[in-house]
Design a protein around this ligand. Structure first.
Ligand SMILES: [Zn+2]
Ligand SMILES: [Zn+2]
Length: 352
């Protein structure tokens, strides 16, 4: 079968690989679509970061470089392993790519996304979605029903945003400000709408991404180089400030702004994966009693997102900016994103 294999920084090759073998409790999935994540791009540009290096195989998969990439995928079940119930050949599924040990304190209390050995299918070994077929744990698959596999490939990034919404304790009618209109920031708009947020404001510098945020129906799209973000938010919230801020930017300027735009006693959720230590005015945090909350990945969020998609309360299709074939993943995917990052939100790869 064909697979996109990560050999190291700047080195992804589409290769012929042996088909993965079924084990008890697993199913073989013929991948339809798999999205390129910012994490994949990081690995290509600056990695290995999450991909285990040759000196340190992943504790759960036992695998190190080279690995097949791709963790945002959906496809069709083509073979069902022993001891699997409730899944049949031909079922279309999205796959929660988390690997968790199941035995550490965090796993035992149900927080698999905080597992001490956390891994991801498509980063930590075990296969990946940028391949014709991949074998996954049956219990990590979710039936798509009538949803398309394209939409199915968007469940993973939406689940990241949905989890962040849950971490914020946002109530219907609350106002929200989102920093950074990359894939997760755009997914935030979708999930905040579904959660019943009142005002949804987006702060973004790139024009193409501002336009996308408008297409997803953000109420207020602000350019920090042109607009007085703090004043605009005060004006839009009767002088209170936003109930909740979401940081999907991971830059110091956004932190400074968020600390001023979130209301006194409000919540600031950090979703961004930072490449450097942040500079934070902790005195502002204390004096304004801002609650700073982290949010990573997802935990039991897949079925909730799929239900919202089925109800039509989330439509992520405007986020798909390009569709390519697996053979084009380097030139049309990674290199395209490096050259024109701001023009894209999600590039989907047709795997088979
Ligand atoms: Zn991802
Ligand atoms: Zn664990």
């Amino acid at each position: 079968m064909k697979a996109a294999v990560y050999h190291g920084r700047g080195d992804v090759r589409v290769e012929d690989r042996p088909e993965p073998q079924l084990r008890p409790g697993t199913v073989k999935v013929q991948v339809d679509w798999c999205g390129i994540c910012g994490t994949d791009l990081h690995e290509y540009e600056e990695g290995p970061i999450f991909v285990p290096p040759a000196s340190k195989p992943h504790p759960l998969t036992g695998v190190c470089l080279p690995v097949i990439l791709g963790h945002e995928f959906a496809g069709t079940v083509s073979e069902v392993g022993a001891e699997v119930t409730g899944l049949r050949e031909g079922d279309r599924v999205a796959v929660d790519p988390i690997y968790a040990c199941g035995t550490c304190d965090e796993c035992r209390r149900g927080d698999h996304h905080l597992c001490r050995s956390l891994g991801f299918h498509g980063l930590s070994g075990g296969g990946g979605g940028f391949s014709t077929t991949t074998v996954v744990q049956a219990q990590r698959t979710y039936q798509l029903g009538n949803l398309s596999s394209e939409v199915g490939a968007m469940v993973e990034p939406l689940a990241v945003a949905f989890h962040a919404t849950r971490q914020s304790d946002l109530r219907p009618g609350d106002s929200a400000i989102v920093y950074g209109a990359g894939p997760i920031g755009q997914a935030m708009i979708c999930c905040l709408k579904a959660a019943g947020a009142g005002l949804i404001a987006m702060v973004e510098v790139a024009a193409a991404r501002q336009e996308m945020a408008r297409a997803l129906k953000a109420d207020l799209v602000l350019d920090p180089r042109r607009d007085d973000v703090e004043q605009e938010i005060l004006n839009a919230t009767d002088g209170r400030g936003a109930d909740v801020a979401f940081d999907c930017a991971g830059v110091d300027a956004a932190v400074e702004s968020a600390m001023a735009t979130v209301k006194r006693g409000g919540t600031y959720v950090m979703v961004a994966v930072w490449g450097h230590p942040a500079s934070v005015d902790m005195l502002a945090l204390v004096l304004r009693e801002i609650k700073l909350v982290g949010s990573i990945a997802y935990n039991r969020d897949f079925p909730r997102v799929i239900n919202l998609l089925k109800d039509g309360r989330i439509d992520p299709t405007p986020m798909i900016t390009k569709r390519i074939k697996l053979d084009e993943i380097v030139s049309g995917g990674f290199e395209e994103l490096l050259a024109n990052r701001d023009r894209h939100v999600k590039i989907l790869v047709r795997a088979s």
